[in-house]
Design a protein around this ligand. Structure first.
Ligand SMILES: CC(C)(COP(=O)(O)OP(=O)(O)OC[C@H]1O[C@@H](n2cnc3c(N)ncnc32)[C@H](O)[C@@H]1OP(=O)(O)O)[C@@H](O)C(=O)NCCC(=O)NCCS
Length: 399
């Protein structure tokens, strides 16, 4: 990797937003309109934006949104949501991302949030910086014309059709309850709710305005396609299993539509609400939230664990040197994590520990891929079970 001394890395100022927008437009093929850019300026501040300059030419940007996230067990943990990462096509593969990330992550480390989060355009970029894929989504298509629900599924008693104005008063509180109960989910900032209900045409991807159905413990926001016989779900939030089952029955009951497209956690109950579990077809699956543990002790002590156990973890962090050897003692489902000089039961890099953190991926899987080493089968089994969770983690909102 060549590094380039003619490139300057510095924190942005309020005068730099046009340059940020230009870089972002070229990177992602979408011009931000003034409302979109103004919203981003509310979510963050120029002091959370790192830029790369070649003389007076802007050539790279990375920023973060301060946020928090629910971790397994329900604690709300401070996190940095890294976003808007790009390098100009004129300056690729000269080490600019690495230099921006080094400056940015040193600052994030000093600021002290135990987790950094992002969503990745490509899966090959962020492992080297200690990020691992932390939640997964399935893209599912349901041909609703053939959807029959099992007899035991609770009947629909509490779902209503609601207008946007009423939805804007109901949905944030339901989302808030869901977010606090769902590992991987972040609180949705007010400006993101404003964007959601403003429902501007440039965010509709050629589909209709939003429709809403609501239950006391859940809601669905969806669009119809003007050209195809389908519903596309934007958000399906259910705090309870009852709300989930009722909302699905109503959605599947929208006549004059063939299919419903939705993104789901991999372990959702939909197939087993139906008499034909093959009907929801998984058309794609992909990683959603990526996590990087910035502070191993703080992160491991924040979540809960499935079993009480004791093990020594050796964590390697070539990027930020946040690794080390840690004694992890779990009692009553909570861990105490202290520096140790005992021989390791399990050794792994920090991207792998970060991928295990939200419970989506299992230690046994990384061991099989030769990316996690264990002293013996018992040690592997203990760590595997300890980090596992009852439900899949789910990213709250994309950033
Ligand atoms: C991804 C992007 C930011 C990389 O910037 P860059 O300045 O070319 O990256 P660097 O030269 O600093 O590379 C840093 C490291 O990442 C690797 N890398 C960079 N882009 C990569 C890619 N797309 N796939 C795989 N590896 C990549 C480099 O090989 C290098 O590895 P090393 O340091 O371990 O040797 C840039 O290509 C870009 O703007 N892409 C389009 C927008 C985008 O996808 N942004 C990310 C949004 S999540």
């Amino acid at each position: 990797m060549t590094t380039d001394d003619s490139i300057t890395i510095r924190t942005a100022t309020d005068e730099d937003w046009d340059a940020v927008a230009l870089l972002d437009a070229h990177a992602f093929g979408e011009h931000q309109n003034s409302e979109d850019l103004a919203e981003t300026q509310i979510l963050t501040s120029s002091r959370h934006v790192v830029m790369a300059w070649d003389g007076s030419t802007p050539v790279g940007v990375a920023m973060h949104f301060p946020m928090s996230v629910t971790v397994p067990g329900g604690a709300q943990v401070e996190a940095s949501g890294v976003s808007w990462v790009s390098v100009a096509p004129t300056h690729r593969r000269r080490g600019i991302l690495r230099r921006m990330f080094t400056a940015q992550h040193r600052e994030l480390q000093a600021a002290g949030a135990p987790l950094s989060l992002l969503t990745a355009s490509e899966a090959t970029i962020y492992g080297r910086f200690g990020y691992g894929p932390a939640t997964e989504e399935h893209r599912v298509v349901l041909d609703r014309r053939f959807a029959q629900f099992h007899k035991g599924v609770p009947p629909v008693t509490g779902v209503r059709l609601v207008e946007s104005a009423e939805a804007s008063t109901l949905l944030p509180e339901i989302y808030r309850r869901w977010q606090r109960a769902t590992a991987g989910a972040q609180p949705k900032p007010p400006i993101r709710w404003e964007r959601f209900f403003a429902d501007r045409e440039n965010r509709r991807r050629g589909l209709t305005e939003l429709f809403f159905i609501a239950h006391a413990d859940g809601y669905v926001a969806y669009r119809r396609s003007p050209t195809e016989s389908k519903i596309v779900v934007e958000e399906f939030i259910a705090v309870t299993d009852e709300a989930y089952a009722e909302l699905w029955q109503v959605l599947a009951g929208v006549d004059l539509v063939d299919t419903i497209e939705v993104s789901q956690a991999p372990d959702e109950a939909l197939p087993f609400l139906l008499t034909n579990n093959r009907l929801p077809e998984v058309t794609a699956h992909h990683d959603a939230l990526w996590c990087r543990i910035m502070d191993v002790k703080a992160a491991l002590e924040a979540r809960t664990y499935a079993v009480d156990a004791q093990f020594v973890l050796e964590v390697e962090d070539p990027f930020l040197d946040a690794g080390g050897t840690f004694d992890v003692t779990i009692s009553g489902g909570r861990a105490t994590c202290t520096a140790a000089d005992a021989p390791a039961d399990v050794s792994l890099k920090i991207d792998v520990l970060s991928a295990l953190y939200f419970g989506t991926h299992r230690a046994t899987r990384f061991a099989a891929a030769d990316r996690l080493w264990s002293r013996d089968a018992n040690a592997l089994h203990t760590v595997d079970i300890a980090f596992s969770t009852d439900r899949a983690s789910v990213m709250g909102w994309g950033f």
